[in-house]
Structures are given as structure tokens and as C-alpha cells.
Write a protein that binds this ligand. Sequence first.
Ligand SMILES: Cc1cc2nc3c(=O)[nH]c(=O)nc-3n(C[C@H](O)[C@H](O)[C@H](O)COP(=O)(O)OP(=O)(O)OC[C@H]3O[C@@H](n4cnc5c(N)ncnc54)[C@H](O)[C@@H]3O)c2cc1C
Length: 410
Amino acid sequence: MSKIFVVGGGAAGMLAAIAAARNGHKVILLEKNEKLGKKLFITGKGRCNLTNACDRDSFFEQVISNPKFLYRAFHTFSNYDTMNFFEQLGLVIKTERGNRVFPESDKSSDVIAVLKRELERQSVSVRYKCEVSGILTKDGSFYGLRLKDTPEELLGDAVILATGGLSYPLTGSTGDGFRFAKALGHTVTDLYPSLVPVHTKETFVKDLMGLSLKNIEIVISAGQKQIYRDFGELLFTHFGVSGPVILSASSYIIPYLKKQEPLLLSIDLKPALTSEQLDARILRDFEEFKNKQFKNSLDQLLPNKLIDVIIRLSLIDSEKKVNSITKEERLHLVDLLKHFTLQITHLSDYNQAVVTKGGINVKEVNPSTMESKLMSKVFFAGEVLDLDALTGGFNLQIAWSTAYLAGLSV
Ligand SMILES: Cc1cc2nc3c(=O)[nH]c(=O)nc-3n(C[C@H](O)[C@H](O)[C@H](O)COP(=O)(O)OP(=O)(O)OC[C@H]3O[C@@H](n4cnc5c(N)ncnc54)[C@H](O)[C@@H]3O)c2cc1C
């Protein structure tokens, strides 16, 4: 029986430990926190969107970095295997809008509880408050681990590194795996916070803080180049914008942040209407409210919070009677509503990032086993690898797939 260490008790570490133990190994799971799955607990706003019940092609469309590297892992443990796995452990699951899969109870703690129960059932020994500080190797192969604050060295046959990335560092993901990998000779790509809110130059956004716009279209461009277009929900914050469409967009704008051209976010507040249709709609409203002041004429068209800002940007005198607004002023208002534009200055940091973009260079990892190509008996799983996807349960699926394959191959 081989002795296998798994470093990191997050999503990937727990699944890798279960897979390796089911495979007949003696498994020791080392977690630096006082409990397992601290990040898993906060996923999906505490509900844990554990995977996505889409088809294979749709899954890979959502994987942004290195989808091909994932083929084998996904084939070995797909999103449907994830659902079966959790159902077999007794977790009742449900599928919501956008094929997002959640526990029926809406509690991420239930996902952690079934994983913990299975770790116990498979006799995985879990060591809490146990921070690994170094990987010991000899002649190109793993032989042990060094722990922080103790001279104790743990000797074993193989290790699976599942230490996560850099996002939400308070959960324990502080990039240790990147340091270990570098010390083993691996390259780590540039790292960025991803799936994050964005900051804007316009400070009036703070007047809109808390306003959520459900059916809007966004276009992001760098100079003349359109780099992202999406439809969905956006949320204003005190420093800029967030919400599903913005988190996804953040992943695509990273490469443009250092360039000179201004990054513009154009929001179409009325995507269901063409400019002509919107103009006709506004004309109808203006007809109905013809004796009102402009500031009192937009209630049917816009959410309350937005009205003041739109009035300011429209440059139309707020006190002006609606029946004296000129055609030119009205067309400018239409244009403003179809192209409500903000300038993106930068992204939020790791404290607000759902994932880390970048990680251990996947060219140096065997996609069929997750083993390092540079150091034998060292395996990787989860966010520590240069893999990331959009929101919707895809990032956890990356963790489950790579972890299962690592646990199976170790
Ligand atoms: C707020 C938020 C919400 C999210 N919601 C979703 C969602 O609903 N669906 C989805 O698919 N994805 C979601 N994600 C992304 C998802 O949580 C991650 O992709 C996933 O947790 C990565 O799993 P992991 O096991 O690789 O890393 P982690 O979950 O980060 O686990 C790594 C573990 O390793 C431990 N560790 C680190 N270094 C050491 C060391 N030296 N010694 C011992 N232990 C160590 C850490 O303490 C940690 O417990 C969310 C992320 C965040 C931040």
C-alpha cells in the first residue's frame, strides 16, 4: 500500500484524497486551516454551484485557459460523473437556470459534509492546522514534505498538490503551490485576479450603488477593437460595476489592461428596442407627460435610481417642460440609453476575485495523469494549474475533474 499525501483540503484536495483512497492507497490529507473546504463554503453565495449540467461542447466553450489540457480529465470525470458522485454520497441536487447545479438544500455546508463523511469512510487521515512548507525530492523524484514551524519531515511515496490559487486569501489560498512548483523547476505563468468587479473612471457610479440591471447588453472595446459582448445582469458598486456579465467580461479584458487605448464599457439599457423603437417609445411617454418637467417624465422608462444620473448626462435642463424638448435633445437621450458608457480603469484585487487566472504551466504537466513532467511522483489538481473558466459551476468542475484524475493516477 503506497502512502500518498494530498496538500490542501479544498474542493480538489478532498476529491483527490477520496479517489486515491478508493484506489487502495493510504492517504494523508494536510490542510493548513482548522477546517476543510473554507472556500467551498462561500461558493455560489453559500449555496455552492458545484457543476453545470451542460453538454461537453458547451462545457469547453466556458473554459478560458487551456481547455485542451482538460480533455482527458473531463473525459475521466465529467460534470455528469460529478452529479452521480455527489448523489451516491447522499447529496440531493437540483439544476437551476443556466444548467447550474446546486445542493437541493442550498447549503454549501452539505457538500462539504458529504465529502468529509466519505473521507472518513475511506479512512483518509486528515491533519488540520498543518501547513506544508516544502517538497522534498531526490534524483528527480518526490520523497517527502517539510512542515512549517516543526522540524518534522513526512516521508511518503507521492504527493498531490491541491493548494488552490491566490483569490480570497483569507480562505487559505495564498499561492503556496506556485512557490512549491517553482522550487521544483516548474514555470508559473503571469497571475491575475479574474472573475472580478471592475473599477470605472466615472465617480457617479457610487450614486447608483446597489442598482441591479437585469436585461442589459454590454460591449467592451479597447480603442476600435470590440473585445467582449454579453447580455444579462449588471450591478453598480461604489467603485464601478459587478454582476455576472461583468465578472465574465473581466476574464477577457485582462490582456488589454496594460495597453494604452482606453477600455470602454458601453451598456445598452434597452437592448430589446432599436434606437428608432426607443425614440418612438420616449415620444409616447413625452406625449403622455407633455406638461411635466423632464425630471418627472422618465419614471416608466427607467429605474428610479438611474433617473438623476441620466438627466445629468443628457444635458437637458431637468426643469424643462417635456413638450419643449427638441428632437436633437431627444435623440441624444436615445443615444445615451443605448450607449451608456463608462471607462474601465482597473480590476478589483484577489480579495474579490472568484478565481486566479494563470498558474502552473500545463505544458509541464502530463494531461493524462496530472503528474509533473519534471518531477516524478508529484501531481497537481485544481486552481493551482493554469486553468480557469467562466462562472456557472465550471471552475469547481475543473477542480473535480483534475483531482479525480490525479487521485486515480497517483
Ligand atoms: C466567493 C467565491 C465564490 C465561488 N463560487 C463558485 C461556484 O459557485 N462554482 C464554481 O464552480 N466555482 C466557484 N468559485 C471558484 C472555486 O471556489 C474554486 O475554483 C475552487 O475552490 C478551487 O478549488 P481548489 O481545491 O483548487 O482550491 P481551494 O478551494 O482554494 O483549496 C485550497 C486549499 O489548500 C489549502 N492550502 C494552501 N496552501 C497550503 C499549505 N501550504 N499547506 C496546507 N494546506 C494548504 C488552503 O487552505 C485551501 O483549503 C468561487 C470562488 C470564490 C472565491
